[in-house]
Structure formats: structure tokens, C-alpha cells
Write a protein that binds this ligand. Structure first.
Ligand code: S3P
Length: 434
């Protein structure tokens, strides 16, 4: 599909919805199951190109793991994984293709750094432009043998000699933290990691449920190497980052009363809900239960009048993927909103400061780019326009939600990239057409 058209005032977001399973947890479930020599059952694994697809052609994490000897079978919608333990993966015959997925690349780099064979990794044009020094540097400090031009893909990882050590992480990146954790599992000696800025913590939570070799005291994670990883099953809850598009759609469109079921409610993932509540959003959380160490539950959203907000500092890693859709909410909120300290947005699937500002400007938002952030003067309405996803799934979905509320018609060019995280996104949106 070259483009999609969304008509204004044509939606109301009421009823119940389930969104695809959480992508971050899915990547980790697959990686951790690969460390278990017995069979692991994964229920509700996301269908998304970063993880797996129905046609099985683009499925970054599953494909890379299968290429290094992990076995997968799908029975009645569940995925069964037979892993290989910590250090017994086998060399891939070809280059490992990480597609569009930064999470696949960075997490698997940690694991491959501790293996006894050479691996080559590559990805699509967007991924080839993303920074890998953040992972190459700490892994090399541990003794990994990694070569690349300009610290970007393609990357070659040769056998190294990993040693534990002490790390202070200042970036606030779960991908970097997780790469070090996976490498630490294969290293000689203990590794201690201190996070200065808290980032999503699924890797450590999920590993703790499968081995005693991981301990957390306050902001320090201690990893003892060579664990025997034992896990029977992972059940993956809905992805709050995907739900965020429908939450904002319900807030902005008239007469909405939407319940999104079975969502991951991990605190490092739903900080955007705190921000929206601060802006005046009517959002209720209910039915909280624990599943695979993660809280899950339902979220109800009603149409709300929003006011401006300031988001900065340590809160940025806790809502980094939700910033484009929060910018849409701020565009229609009363007053001036500021998003500061958000330079990391420039290193996502697109430069999300530039792409969010350029595309929302086309719809008449009072949005401006600053060095490490975005300033938004809220308005009472937006106008339809001709926009582009820049091949970034979260920009495409944010623009589609904007299209439901902007006056006139909104055209989104290159919308197919939504398959990276939410293949049925436009169908789900269409179900709320009046
Ligand atoms: C992710 C972490 C975040 C996020 C990405 C998924 C993860 O990246 O933007 O979509 O699953 O670990 P960083 O940790 O690099 O900020």
C-alpha cells in the first residue's frame, strides 16, 4: 500500500480492544527461552516483523535465533522453543539479518559476544544508520571482539574472552543494559550494573524468574555467569506502547469510552499514562494480576479535555516510544508543552524529533524542534494534510490517530511500516469508524 487516507470526525473509540502482545517482552521471552535446554512454551507471542510474522518471511528475532541453532515449533497458536543453554549456540551459515529491529541487534550482540564462533549481523537501511557504539563499547570493555565501520551495522563478532566487571550506565537504555546482561551470563566472573536513569526492566525481571544468578538491590543488578536457565512458559501481555495510540485516540475523539484488555502494566512502560493523567486524561486501571513476573490489567479511557505538560530528565526513558503520540495529545492540549532532554529520539527508527515535528506541522500543529526536544503550543484543532511515515511505524500510527481528529482528510504515505509492531493497526482503527 502506497498511502492510506483517514477522514476526520469519522471515529468514536468505544467498546473493548486487545492490542498485539508486548514487543519488548516477546524479544526477551525468545532470547531467554533460547538459554533453556528444555522446551519453553510462549503464549500470545506478537505477530510483528521485529519478532515474527504469519508468513514467516520477516521475523527478526526468531530468524536470527533459528540461524544459531534454536528450534521453534508453533502448535495451536503457541510457540514452543528448544534452546541450547548459555554457550552452546552454533555458527550461522549466513549473515544474521536483524531487519528493522534495534532490540534484536543489541540484545543478540550481548549473547553472541560470549560464543565460540564468528557471527556477522546486518539490517535494513534504517537499522544500518543507528548507533551501535553504545553496545560495542561496553561489550568490548568486557573482552568482546567486535568489528564494524563507524560503529554501525554490518558488524562482525569474533570469539572473545568475556570478563565480568562493574558498569555505571548513564544513557537510560534498556537495550544497552540488556546487551551487557546477556554478555554477563557468558562471562568469567560476576558483573555489577548500576543504572543512573531507570529504563525498562523486563530482561532482569524475566531472568530472575528463571535463575537465581540475577539479583537486584536498589538500582544495582548483579549477574553471576553460567546459570542453568529453567522456565516452562511465558505468557505475553498486550503492548502498552501499541495501546498508547488508541488511548490518545479515545481521549481526543468525542464520546469515547474504550477499554483495552490485558495490557502490560510494568511501571517502566506506562509512565505515559501518568503524564496523560497530569494533562487531565480520564484513565482508570483495573483487574491487575501478575503474569510471568509482570503486572497486567485493563485500562479504561474516556474523552477528556487536556492541558499542557512538561516532560524531561529521568522520565524520558520511561516513555521514549510514546513521545510521538504524546506530541499529538499536546498539540490539542491547552497551553504550551515542553519535551526536554529527549535527544535519544534522534536515534530511533527515524529521527523522531524531526519526523514528529515535520509531519505534525503539516497538520497545523504549533510544534517546534529544539536541540534535544520539542515545544508545542496547543491549539483547539488540526487540519488534514499530506504526510509521510518516514518508514517509522510509530510515526505512521501517530499520524493515523491525528487523521481521526483533524478537519478534512489526512493522507499518510508509506503506511505499511506499521507491521513492525502492529500489523492490523489500520483494520483495528477502522473498527472504530462511526
Ligand atoms: C526497547 C528499549 C527502548 C525502546 C525500544 C525497545 C527494548 O530502546 O525505544 O523500542 O525492548 O529494550 P532504548 O533502550 O535503546 O532506549
Amino acid at each position: 500500500m502506497d498511502k492510506i487516507e483517514i477522514k476526520s470526525s469519522s471515529h468514536t473509540f468505544s467498546g473493548e480492544l486487545r492490542v498485539p502482545a508486548d514487543k519488548s517482552i516477546a524479544h526477551r521471552a525468545l532470547l531467554i527461552a533460547s538459554l533453556n535446554k528444555e522446551m519453553t512454551k510462549i503464549s500470545n507471542l506478537a505477530f510483528s516483523e521485529d519478532v515474527r510474522t504469519i508468513s514467516n518471511d520477516i521475523q527478526s528475532t526468531i530468524k536470527c535465533l533459528a540461524d544459531i541453532g534454536v528450534q521453534f515449533a508453533e502448535i495451536k497458536g503457541n510457540v514452543f522453543v528448544r534452546g541450547r543453554g548459555i554457550k552452546d549456540f552454533i555458527q550461522s551459515e549466513g549473515i544474521l539479518d536483524c531487519g528493522n529491529s534495534g532490540t534484536t541487534t543489541r540484545l543478540i550482540m550481548g549473547l553472541l559476544s560470549g560464543q565460540r564462533f564468528e557471527s556477522k549481523l546486518n539490517g535494513d537501511n534504517s537499522l544500518k544508520n543507528r548507533p551501535m557504539a553504545r553496545v560495542i563499547e561496553p561489550l568490548s570493555e568486557m573482552g568482546a571482539n567486535i568489528s564494524s565501520e563507524n560503529n554501525q551495522l554490518p558488524i562482525t563478532i569474533s570469539p572473545g574472552n568475556l570478563k565480568g566487571g562493574n558498569f555505571n550506565l548513564s544513557l537510560g537504555s534498556a537495550q544497552v543494559k540488556s546487551a551487557i546482561i546477556f554478555a554477563a551470563l557468558c562471562a568469567d566472573g560476576e558483573t555489577k550494573l548500576k543504572e543512573i536513569k531507570k529504563s525498562r526492566d523486563h530482561t532482569e525481571i524475566m531472568l530472575m524468574s528463571c535463575t537465581d544468578n540475577i539479583k537486584i538491590v536498589e538500582n544495582e543488578i548483579t549477574i553471576k555467569p553460567d546459570p542453568v536457565v529453567k522456565v516452562e512458559s511465558f505468557n505475553i501481555p498486550g503492548d502498552p506502547s501499541s495501546a498508547a495510540f488508541f488511548i490518545v485516540a479515545a481521549l481526543l475523539n468525542k464520546d469515547s469510552n474504550l477499554t483495552i484488555k490485558n495490557l502490560c502494566l510494568n511501571k517502566t512502560r506506562i509512565y505515559f499514562i501518568e503524564i496523560l493523567r497530569k494533562m487531565g486524561a480520564k484513565i482508570e486501571i483495573s483487574n491487575i494480576v501478575e503474569s510471568s513476573g509482570e503486572p497486567t490489567g485493563d485500562i479504561n479511557v474516556k474523552t477528556s479535555d487536556l492541558k499542557s505538560v512538561q516532560i524531561e530528565g529521568d522520565s524520558i526513558p520511561l516513555l521514549i516510544d510514546e513521545i510521538p503520540i504524546l506530541c499529538l495529545a499536546c498539540s490539542l492540549a491547552e497551553g504550551e508543552s515542553k519535551i526536554l532532554d529527549a535527544g535519544e529520539l534522534r536515534f530511533k527508527e527515524s529521527d523522531r524529533i524531526k519526523t514528529t515535528v515535520s509531519e505534525l506541522s503539516k497538520l497545523g500543529s504549533g510544534i517546534t524542534e529544539i536541540e534535544n526536544g520539542i515545544i508545542i503550543n496547543g491549539k483547539s484543532s488540526l487540519n488534514g494534510g499530506d504526510c509521510d511515515s518516514h518508514q517509522d511505524h510509530r510515526i505512521a500510527m501517530m499520524l493515523a490517530v491525528a487523521g481521526t481528529i483533524a478537519n478534512g482528510e489526512t493522507i499518510i504515505n508509506n503506511p505499511d511500516c506499521v507491521s513492525i509492531s502492529f500489523p492490523n493497526f489500520f483494520k483495528a482503527l477502522d473498527n472504530f469508524r462511526k
